[in-house]
Design a protein around this ligand. Structure first.
Ligand SMILES: Nc1ncnc2c1ncn2[C@@H]1O[C@H](COP(=O)(O)OP(=O)(O)OP(=O)(O)O)[C@@H](O)[C@H]1O
Length: 210
């Protein structure tokens, strides 16, 4: 489904962040990205979410070069960035509605689907703008926004940062359900390092060319 071909990212002369990485990721998997600070996890996920371009090599999604056809690819992608980037003046519910409408996938089930995901994340009773939310609530809003699009690929950069233990459990449940639907999930996390069984596969950073 996702295929990396000789992927290299180099910000400045000298040592690249990674070089010549070739691998394939299939559907219905949770892949964990583990490694120390500065080892390249965010760089890798930014490439896979077309927030950055490779120095060389390519990423194919079902044969489509994602950096050449970003709009076609991103229709299939749910994303949680480590940096918060949410509109402050919308409520969580308004944001999810806007996302579905802007992707032209709003239908008669959308109100229920939004209610369900916001209920699961205990955000449904908060009828105020996102600008007033706590850090954890903003992260939960990002997570809800990533799930609501019924993604084929979920890219999550530190989705658990700032979440309390019970909310983490809820997110694990959502991720397991999403995997069962056939979604490919790639997530970086410092805190999941102690629970490697959760992942179908772990990729250790820094990445080494095989
Ligand atoms: N836009 C950029 N320009 C130059 N260097 C960058 C840029 N973004 C990241 N880097 C460098 O690339 C290296 C990898 O950073 P990256 O953020 O990918 O690591 P990370 O594994 O996600 O770290 P953390 O666990 O701290 O989030 C670091 O040395 C960082 O300083």
């Amino acid at each position: 489904m996702l295929e990396l071909k000789k992927l290299t990212k180099q910000y400045k002369p000298g040592q690249p962040i990674f070089s010549g990485i070739s691998r394939e990721f299939s559907t219905k998997k949770i892949i964990g990205l583990i490694g120390p600070n500065g080892s390249g996890k965010t760089t890798f996920l930014r490439l896979l979410s077309v927030n950055s371009f490779p120095t060389s090599g390519e990423v194919l999604f079902d044969g489509l070069n994602i950096h050449q056809k970003p709009h076609e690819y991103l229709k299939n992608v749910g994303l949680v960035h480590d940096e918060e980037s949410l509109p402050r003046h919308l409520t969580a519910k308004e944001l999810l509605e806007w996302i579905l409408r802007s992707r032209s996938v709003w239908d008669e089930n959308s109100v229920n689907e939004i209610d369900q995901v916001l209920d699961k994340l205990a955000l449904n009773d908060r009828d105020e703008p996102i600008g007033t939310y706590s850090t954890g609530m903003k992260k939960k809003t990002q997570i809800a926004a990533a799930f609501i699009v019924k993604p084929k690929v979920l890219i999550l950069d530190e989705p658990l940062r700032g979440l309390d233990a019970s909310t983490r459990e809820i997110v694990f449940g959502l991720l397991n359900d999403e995997r069962e639907k056939g979604t490919l999930i790639l997530m970086s996390s410092h805190s999941m390092g102690s629970d490697p069984d959760f992942f179908d596969e772990i990729i250790e950073f820094p990445l080494r060319t095989e």
